[in-house]
Design a protein around this ligand. Structure first.
Ligand SMILES: *Cc1c(COP(=O)(O)O)cnc(C)c1O
Length: 367
């Protein structure tokens, strides 16, 4: 039985990448905002339909850098139903995460529960468009305006999406993307910050390069978060194929739907209204009625050489490293979904046969 992983990286044809990096072997300019970096940034602005983009070495540093650049202090209201990076970034920057529960419909932050968590120390809201599900943008914006808070979206899962006809990257004060190898669109490792306030261009540029504003002027205590030329070249190539990749993902999703849509106790991911989705993930939730637990099904899949993942378990609030410091009993929905959800393999080049095999293994557990 062939091994099936939860994802597989999208790559351009080898010759195309070789052609793209050829000039680097002539210029010998490998990083520090070279020609590929400039070209990729321009292409990305065009694709995302936004005016301000700052490329970074990965998505995590993009999160840390936007928190630093906005000089945020105090508390940030966020979701615990996310990848470690979102919460770690807040804490590593010296702020306190205040966890808000999620909603049962799309697993994004429950906008109705944000307001009660606001204190005089709250400086920002950091929601996640989890699985590519777009948050309740209007409600979040209204609260942010009322209390004068920044909104930073962790948009790591939403590359290429549109909400109400507009690029999802254009909402909030900033949106952070990840171009990690496992994401819908990759630059091997990489990421970017899309930001609204053009005057932040300089600080975001400097802060990723040790705070250098000139050869002898160091204005910020910056780290190193620069995207290198080989990453940018990968981005240029992969961006040429993104439309086709997204179509293939949609087809894979439709295939899963055929097998799994009418199964009692099995709640499959459904597209949202008003959203042009990227079909980044295939989360399924096993409810009581299904008769078998998520952990049992994950185990049976593994015995069949199928590696689904428990995205996201445990919720970040319960991470061992935080010693219950930020945990809360108000996270009922997040904990419940986290115990029941399984993310099935989905990527552009997954074979229809594989989807059939995965689905039949799941359905066979009920007997
Ligand atoms: C992948 C991911 C990140 C981190 O991105 P990297 O590029 O891996 O550093 C942050 N947030 C979420 C929700 C992610 O899925």
């Amino acid at each position: 039985m062939k091994r099936i992983n939860v994802t597989q990286s999208s790559m351009p044809p080898l010759e195309e990448y070789v052609e793209e990096i050829r000039s680097l072997f002539e210029s010998k300019w490998l990083t520090n905002m070279g020609e590929k970096h400039k070209k990729f940034e321009e292409k990305l602005k065009e694709y995302l339909q936004v005016s301000n983009v700052s490329l970074t070495v990965n998505g995590h540093m993009a999160l840390e850098n936007i928190i630093k650049a906005l000089d945020l202090k105090g508390e940030i209201i966020t979701t615990p139903f996310t990848f470690a990076s979102t919460t770690h970034a807040i804490i590593r920057c010296g702020l306190k995460p205040v966890f808000c529960d999620i909603n049962r419909k799309d697993y994004t932050i429950d906008a109705d529960k944000i307001e009660e968590l606001i204190t005089e120390d709250t400086c920002a809201i950091l929601p996640v468009h989890v699985y590519g599900n777009v948050c309740n943008i209007e409600a979040i914006e209204e609260i942010a305006n009322k209390y004068n808070l920044y909104v930073i979206y962790d948009a790591a899962h939403t590359f290429g999406e549109k909400y109400k006809g507009k690029s999802v990257a254009a909402y909030g004060d900033a949106s952070v993307f990840s171009f990690h190898a496992t994401k819908v669109f990759n630059t091997i490792e990489g990421g970017c910050i899309v930001f609204k306030d053009e005057t932040m261009t300089t600080i975001l540029k400097d802060i990723k390069n040790f705070g250098f504003s000139g050869p002898e002027i160091i204005r910020y205590v910056g780290g190193n978060a620069k995207m290198n030329e080989f990453q940018a070249a990968m981005g240029i190539c992969n961006l040429r194929h993104i439309d086709c990749e997204l179509k293939k993902r949609k087809n894979a999703y439709e295939k899963y739907r055929e097998y799994l849509c009418d199964v009692k106790g099995l709640k499959i991911w459904e597209p949202q209204r008003d959203v042009e989705h990227n079909y980044a993930y295939m989360p399924v939730v096993f409810e009581e009625e299904f008769g078998k637990s998520r952990d049992y099904i994950a185990q049976i899949l593994m015995e069949n050489n199928i590696y689904a993942r428990k995205y996201f378990y445990p919720i970040t609030a319960d991470f061992q490293c935080y010693n219950n410091k930020f945990s809360s009993c108000r996270l009922k929905v997040a904990r419940d979904i986290s115990n029941r959800v399984l993310t099935l393999p989905l990527y552009a080049d997954i074979e229809p046969n594989d989807i059939e095999r995965i689905s039949s293994v799941i359905l066979s557990t009920r007997q």
